[in-house]
Ligand binder design. Structure first.
Ligand SMILES: NC(=O)C1=CN([C@@H]2O[C@H](COP(=O)(O)OP(=O)(O)OC[C@H]3O[C@@H](n4cnc5c(N)ncnc54)[C@H](OP(=O)(O)O)[C@@H]3O)[C@@H](O)[C@H]2O)C=CC1
Ligand SMILES: Nc1c(N[C@@H]2O[C@H](COP(=O)(O)O)[C@@H](O)[C@H]2O)[nH]c(=O)[nH]c1=O
Length: 376
């Protein structure tokens, strides 16, 4: 199921705190960084915070710049992004500024929470999603029912921790402020628990007055059938690689990436790479990894098109090459049509060899784009 692009945004002290325990919100960002935050807010469809942040900060979560709001309206968007909060208890102050400023608001909650929020007279769309709140279901609701494609999450720590640990965060925008809090009772940015293995990918670092913005992307693939946000990132890259293929009237243009379990890229390839008119994307990528590389056992192959099950041009089809390399997880965007090989079932071959196959068909159009001339 497609989910919104989830961008976690936070400012943190040098000792890892989001706030102190005083009654006022601790300003970790400086003026220029708050301006940057405003720009990010203006670029998203919705802003989400946990109920703890609504209670602690009484935030408005607006786009403050009139120019940015006007640009949103000119682009056909709502003046303000949708505001979303999550609560299990529904125990929220109906007079909080969150409900009475900006545009549409929604409270995503449990059945009990919805009863409580209604009794309190919370002025928002109240959406119960069962007896316990499942984050994936909440994100699906926002995507499917509220049209949210980009979601900015502005804390607090409990929400950031869960979204990262459940591998639902596509991006982390972290501002490091040059001060210490030093109070163990203050809220921390990330709590304990099981995070993805390996290192996140640093995509940008920028000085903004006396703070530093760091933008990270989680890169570790999901496990088995479970889809992680990073799976979408790598599959999108495979689709981009497909665009590099020399054109052909008799073969698909496909891109592939091999990624280790800790999120490091092992190799990439595309069809007909290196002037080899027959080479397939997965084959080209796997050829760049040493056959004894122990990371292959925990790796995922991302391929814009389902790996082939049969081929005339080489003895082994890509599904077999993948299994023989020891890889046991494949993520693809597009099941192979009957264009060249009727009834090809690379997924069946892979599953028969014990590999998990995940099809993210929301990327199908991107995978098909360099192959349009073959349709019909
Ligand atoms: N420096 C910064 O950038 C930021 C700082 N902050 C600070 O963070 C602090 C708040 O963080 P924190 O205390 O972690 O609170 P959160 O904002 O993360 O909210 C936690 C609350 O959200 C609800 N919630 C979270 N997960 C779920 C779930 N899975 N199901 C149902 N409800 C859920 C619960 O509400 P309920 O209890 O109602 O059931 C929970 O108590 C504040 O001090 C604030 O100032 C916040 C944002 C940014
Ligand atoms: N303190 C802090 C942040 N706090 C975030 O900003 C929210 C307040 O928004 P508003 O009421 O619209 O001004 C607050 O609830 C929390 O989500 N953000 C940052 O980028 N840097 C900071 O230092």
């Amino acid at each position: 199921m497609p989910l919104p692009h989830v961008l976690l945004s936070a400012a943190v002290s040098l000792d890892g705190y989001l706030d102190d325990t005083g009654p006022e919100r601790l300003l970790l960002s400086g003026p220029a960084d708050f301006e940057r935050v405003d720009e990010v807010r203006a670029s998203v469809d919705a802003i989400l915070v946990g109920a703890g942040t609504v209670r602690a900060d009484n935030p408005r979560l607006l786009v403050n710049s009139a120019e940015r709001r006007a640009a949103r309206v000119a682009a056909g968007q709502a003046e303000y992004p949708l505001k979303v909060t999550v609560s299990a208890t529904g125990e929220l102050d109906p007079a909080a500024r969150f409900w009475h400023t900006g545009g549409d608001k929604v409270l995503v909650t449990t059945e009990d929470g919805a009863r409580r929020a209604r009794a309190l007279g919370i002025a928002a769309g109240i959406v119960p999603l069962g007896n316990v709140l499942d984050w994936r279901a909440a994100l699906e609701y926002l995507h499917d029912r509220r049209g949210v494609r980009r979601l900015m999450v502005e804390g607090g720590g409990s929400v950031h921790t869960q979204l990262l640990q459940q591998e639902l965060a596509d991006e982390l925008q972290l501002v490091l402020a040059p001060l210490f809090v030093g109070d163990p009772a203050a809220p921390r940015l990330f709590g304990p628990g099981a995070y993805q293995g390996g290192r996140l990918r640093l995509v940008e670092s920028r000085r903004i007055e006396d703070v530093v913005l760091m933008r990270y992307r989680p890169t570790a693939p999901g496990v088995g059938e479970r889809v992680a946000a990073a799976d979408r990132h790598w599959l999108a890259l495979a689709c981009e690689l497909a665009e590099l293929c020399p054109p052909s009237e008799t073969a698909f243009s496909v891109g592939a990436v091999v990624v280790a379990g800790d999120g490091s890229e092992l190799a990439r390839g595309y069809s007909r790479e290196g002037n080899d008119p027959r080479v397939h994307a997965e084959e080209a990528a796997l050829a760049k990894v040493g056959p004894d590389d122990v990371r292959l056992a925990g790796a995922t192959v991302y391929s814009s098109l389902e790996p082939c099950a049969r081929r005339a041009s080489r003895p082994a089809p890509c599904a077999r090459l993948i299994l023989d390399a020891g890889v046991r997880r494949v993520v693809t965007a597009w099941r192979e049509p009957d264009t060249f090989v009727p009834g090809a079932d690379g997924s069946g071959v892979l599953a028969g060899g014990g590999a998990a196959v995940v099809v993210l068909d929301e990327y199908e159009d991107r995978a098909k784009a360099p192959n349009r001339h073959l349709e019909g």
